[in-house]
Design a protein. Structure first.
Ligand SMILES: CC(C)(COP(=O)(O)OP(=O)(O)OC[C@H]1O[C@@H](n2cnc3c(N)ncnc32)[C@H](O)[C@@H]1OP(=O)(O)O)[C@@H](O)C(=O)NCCC(=O)NCCS
Length: 166
C-alpha cells in the first residue's frame, strides 16, 4: 500500500537512511542533508518538524512539510510541500518538490505520490492553483505533473512552470 507520512521520530532510522542517500542535487531537487551522520540527523529532524510548524524558519522561508512516500514498510520517495507562496516561490520552485529513489523509478511512484500530495496541498494551501516547476530536460518529471492534470503555464530558457487546479 502506498501512503505519505510526514517526517517523524518514530521512523527515524529509515528516514535517516533514505535522506542520507539522496544526492546533494539531482535535476534541481536539492538535499541539504546528503551523507548526514545518524547523530546529526536527530537535530535535523527536530528542525524539519519545527519548520513545518513555522518555527525557526530561515529569513524569507515559508513553512514546509517534508513527507516520505512509503510502499508498505519501505520509503520509496519524498515530497516537500510549501504551505503558501512567497514571491520567490511564486516565480520559482512553487509549492511541491519530489524525489524517488533510483531503484524505484519508472514504476509510477512519482505519479501516484503526486496524486497523494495534491490531496494534502488542497487542504493546506490558500492559493487557487498549485504551482510546480521542472527542468525542461526532465521529461519524467514533466510527465508526472501532466499525469496529474498539470498544464504548462509558461516557460523560460531552462524550466517549465506548471500549474494544477485546486
Ligand atoms: C522525476 C522522477 C520523480 C520520476 O519518478 P518516477 O517514479 O520514475 O516517475 P513515474 O514512474 O511516475 O513516471 C512518470 C512518467 O515518466 C516516464 N519516465 C520515467 N523515467 C523516465 C526517463 N528516465 N525518461 C523519460 N521518461 C521517463 C515514465 O515512463 C512515465 O511515463 P507515462 O506517464 O507516460 O507512463 C524521478 O526520476 C526522480 O526522483 N528524479 C530526480 C529528482 C527529480 O527530478 N525531481 C523532480 C524535480 S522537478
Amino acid at each position: 500500500m502506498l501512503y505519505l507520512k510526514s517526517a517523524n521520530f518514530e521512523d527515524i532510522e529509515k528516514e535517516w537512511q533514505f535522506q542520507r542517500d539522496i544526492p546533494s542535487e539531482e535535476d534541481s531537487f536539492i538535499n541539504e542533508y546528503h551523507d548526514i551522520g545518524r547523530e546529526d540527523f536527530n537535530t535535523v529532524l527536530d528542525t524539519i518538524i519545527e519548520q513545518s510548524r513555522g518555527v525557526h524558519l530561515p529569513e524569507g522561508y515559508v513553512p514546509q512539510t517534508i513527507f516520505y512516500l512509503w510502499n508498505d514498510n519501505e520509503i520509496v520517495g519524498t515530497f516537500h510541500l510549501r504551505h503558501y507562496l512567497c514571491e520567490s516561490l511564486m516565480n520559482g520552485a512553487g509549492h511541491i518538490g519530489y524525489y524517488i529513489a533510483p531503484e524505484y523509478r519508472g514504476m509510477g511512484y512519482a505519479t501516484n505520490g503526486l496524486k497523494l500530495i495534491l490531496e494534502e496541498a488542497r487542504k493546506t494551501i490558500p492559493e487557487k492553483e498549485i504551482f510546480l516547476r521542472c527542468d525542461k530536460d526532465n521529461t519524467a518529471s514533466l510527465k508526472v505533473m501532466l499525469n496529474n492534470k498539470g498544464y504548462i503555464h509558461h516557460e523560460d530558457e531552462y524550466k517549465y512552470y506548471v500549474r494544477i487546479a485546486k
